[in-house]
Every structure is written in structure tokens, then in C-alpha cells.
Design a binder for this molecule. Structure first.
Ligand SMILES: NC(=O)c1ccc[n+]([C@@H]2O[C@H](COP(=O)([O-])OP(=O)(O)OC[C@H]3O[C@@H](n4cnc5c(N)ncnc54)[C@H](OP(=O)(O)O)[C@@H]3O)[C@@H](O)[C@H]2O)c1
Length: 384
């Protein structure tokens, strides 16, 4: 790549994906420069990152977390409140927005990035789960690059292929820490057990989603939107080694698989370098040391969040927004020890069953569904 470095805004810079994005940027200072940072309420880390990277445009979503003027690096300003984060996503001094926020809170930033013509490197899968019907029509070809490792893999398998020749997406799942467990065993799962993912180190919400397999359901919905794939052409396959990040089958029977280290910096970097490739941020895969790779069907009877999410995706409309909101509340309650592990799928199933699905018309409508579903899920948590 030649020319000036790409100017990057990292939204959710204090989280797992955000911190790894900064690591990638520091490895390639000739290619990318971080110019804006946003977080929720981790003021101290945001300020540390701003000082390290010499970033002057900052935002915190929580209005109660305004930093002291004296604590800001020289020349820096920090706007506060959810709108401040959204404004960074359409800042004219930014070329690429990395949306690494967690939850449906990231939807408006994704919308703003796409509407303003910025390239969107999207880790925030909840954006597409909730608002895929509205976001995808806003995305010009090549404007929306997936960061999720599975979707980056699928994107790379499809690159250069005639889209209408894709016959199946094989979405791989590690199976999480409780692969092979029964419902009776899951009953007593602790927060510490659920947070101990066998392959990936991630933020708490996605780690719990990986343990319930809701994450794979969210990813199926994400893949449906990103690749215009009908649900009967998306198959989930459990692959405990997490070496094959996903596969695409074509109409002639060929299957392309994407393999790589289980290191999120690789797909983050690809979302920035595409269509180019830059030097690896981690050790390459030693194919001779891989041993056997296993593939098994997913257990949707035990991991009911996955079954629910696949059904919800098929129904579509406002139902995925309701499901996502219920899941966010139930996962937060589990992390706070206010709900058990199996309460998560029960709360999600109840909110989904009670929701009257409508066609998606607007972002305001989705926000209203989100708020209503959260309130209902909170009631269910309180009644436990
Ligand atoms: N981690 C992974 O390996 C991985 C892999 C694939 C996809 N993803 C997806 O990437 C997204 C981020 O995941 P993560 O694991 O990085 O999460 P995380 O570690 O929990 O970090 C979340 C980030 O979002 C910020 N944030 C939270 N609520 C916000 C709000 N209302 N407004 C603005 N910022 C907000 C947090 O700020 P504070 O620190 O101030 O709270 C933090 O910077 C999720 O959608 C996840 O599904 C993650």
C-alpha cells in the first residue's frame, strides 16, 4: 500500500477487540493511524490509550464518566454520551471505523459509519443481528468488512467467486467449555466455569454467548445478512480445534476452508488491509503440528439458545432484536450471579415467545423493541 496511512476510529477501544486493534495498528504505523477512540466508562484506559497513540478525539458513552480536563492529553477533547460515540463514527477525519463495541448499543454507530461513507470494520455482530435489514442496504460494495473470525473466513472464501455459485456456508463453532455436557450438568455451571473458554480470550459477554452457543446463533444471523445466505444454506458444525474458521461449499461440490491461528488480530488486520495482506501479527500455523481436525453436528437439544436463534433468524423482522435484548439482559444477570446458566435460554425463549413480530421499518422501531424486550427480560430476572 502506498500513500498516507488509513485514519482509524476505534469504538470500544478498551475492550478485547479494541485493544487488539491497537496492537495491529502499532505493528503497521506506515499503513494505519488511530485518530479517534471511544469507550463506555473505562476512563483511565481510554486516557492511557490516547496518550500512547497521541489521539485527540475521544468519546465516552456514559455521560457520568467525563474525565477531568487536567487528565486529558494535550490538545485532546472528550465528548460524553451515546451521541458522542456515534458522531465519531461519521467524523470526516476518519477513513475506517472499527466497531468493537459490545451489544445493540453499537447499532447507531454502524449506521452512522455506513451513511457517512466510512469503511466499517465490524466486530459488533449485534448490529447486524438487530438491524441487518436496515444496515445492509446502506453498505456499498466493499464498505462493510467483517471482523468476526468466521465471517472474515467466509468473506475470504467467497472473494473472487461468483456469489450465485455459493451453495452452503459451513459455520464452525468451537463448542465452548461445555461441549458434550447434558442439561443436568449445565444446571450447576458457575460464572468462572462459563468464562473459561477453551480456545479464545474475549470479553465477558461473548464468552458467555460462546458457552451457551447463542454466539453461533448470532453468527448465523450475521452470516445471513452479510452474505445474503438463506438459513437452509447455513450449517453449523462443531470443530473443537478452532483451526478451520469456516468453509464455503460451491455448486460444483468444491469446498474452500479458511485455516489460521486462533488469534483475532488476524481477522482484525484483514478488515483493515483488504484486499491487500500485511505481515502476520502472530506465529503462522504449523500444519504438521495440527494432528486431527474433528467436525461434529451441534447439540441444539442441549444448547437451546442456538436452536432459538436459528428459528428466530428464520422468522426475521423485529424478532432478532427482541431475542438479542433478552439475551443481553440474561447474560448480564448470569455474570452478576442474579441468574443461573440455564435461566439464560429460558428468559430468551420467554421473551421470544411473547414478542409480536413486525416487519423492520426504522432504527427507532428497533430501539423501541430493544427497550421493551429488555424491560420484560429484567422482570423475568427479578422473578427468579
Ligand atoms: N473478543 C473477541 O475475540 C471477539 C471475537 C469476535 C467478535 N467479537 C465481537 O466484538 C464485540 C466486542 O467484543 P469484546 O469481546 O471486545 O467486548 P469487551 O471486551 O467487553 O469490550 C467492549 C467494548 O465496548 C465498550 N462499550 C460497551 N458498551 C458501550 C456503549 N454503550 N457505548 C460505547 N462503548 C461501549 C466497552 O467500553 P468500557 O471498557 O468502557 O466498558 C469496551 O471498550 C462484540 O460484539 C463481540 O461479539 C469479539
Amino acid at each position: 500500500m502506498t500513500g498516507a496511512p488509513l485514519r482509524i476510529a476505534v469504538l470500544g477501544s478498551t475492550g478485547s477487540i479494541g485493544r487488539q486493534t491497537i496492537d495491529v495498528a502499532l505493528r503497521h504505523p506506515d499503513k494505519v493511524r488511530i485518530v479517534a477512540l471511544a469507550a463506555h466508562r473505562n476512563v483511565s484506559l481510554l486516557l492511557e490509550q490516547a496518550a500512547l497513540l497521541d489521539v485527540t478525539r475521544l468519546a465516552l458513552a456514559d455521560p457520568a464518566c467525563r474525565p477531568e480536563a487536567d487528565d486529558l492529553p494535550s490538545g485532546a477533547a472528550c465528548a460524553c454520551g451515546p451521541d458522542a460515540v456515534v458522531e465519531l463514527a461519521s467524523d470526516t477525519g476518519v477513513d475506517v471505523v472499527v466497531n468493537a463495541m459490545v451489544g445493540a448499543a453499537g447499532l447507531r454507530a454502524s449506521e452512522a459509519a455506513l451513511r457517512s461513507g466510512r469503511r466499517l470494520a465490524l466486530a459488533n455482530k449485534e448490529s447486524l443481528v438487530v438491524g441487518g435489514d436496515l444496515l445492509m442496504p446502506l453498505a456499498a460494495p466493499g464498505q462493510l468488512l467483517p471482523v468476526d473470525s468466521e465471517h472474515s473466513a467466509i468473506f475470504q472464501c467467497l472473494w473472487g467467486e461468483p456469489a450465485h455459485r455459493m451453495s452452503r456456508i459451513w459455520l464452525t463453532a468451537s463448542g465452548g467449555p461445555f461441549r458434550g455436557w447434558s442439561r443436568a450438568q449445565l444446571e450447576a455451571v458457575t460464572v468462572a466455569q462459563a468464562l473459561a473458554h477453551p480456545r479464545w480470550t474475549m470479553g465477558p459477554k461473548i464468552t458467555i454467548d460462546s458457552a451457551t452457543l447463542m454466539n453461533k446463533g448470532l453468527e448465523a444471523i450475521e452470516a445471513h445478512h452479510l452474505f445474503a445466505a438463506p438459513y437452509d444454506r447455513i450449517s453449523i458444525v462443531v470443530h473443537p480445534q478452532s483451526t478451520v474458521h469456516s468453509m464455503v461449499e460451491f455448486s460444483d461440490g468444491s469446498v474452500k476452508a479458511h485455516l489460521g491461528a486462533a488469534d483475532m488480530r488476524v481477522p482484525i488486520q484483514y478488515a483493515l488491509s483488504h484486499p491487500d495482506r500485511w505481515d502476520a501479527p502472530c506465529d503462522p500455523l504449523d500444519i504438521t503440528a495440527l494432528g486431527s481436525l474433528e467436525f461434529q453436528p451441534a447439540d441444539t437439544g442441549t444448547f437451546r439458545c442456538l436452536a432459538t436463534a436459528l428459528e428466530v433468524g428464520r422468522v426475521g423482522g423485529t424478532l432478532p432484536a427482541a431475542m438479542n435484548a433478552a439475551n443481553e439482559v440474561a447474560v448480564a444477570a448470569f455474570l452478576d450471579s442474579a441468574a443461573g446458566f440455564l435461566d439464560i435460554d429460558a428468559i430468551v425463549a420467554t421473551v421470544v415467545a411473547e414478542h409480536t413480530t413486525e416487519r423492520v421499518e426504522s432504527f427507532e422501531q428497533l430501539e423501541e423493541v430493544d427497550a421493551r424486550s429488555r424491560a420484560r427480560a429484567q422482570e423475568l430476572v427479578a422473578a427468579l
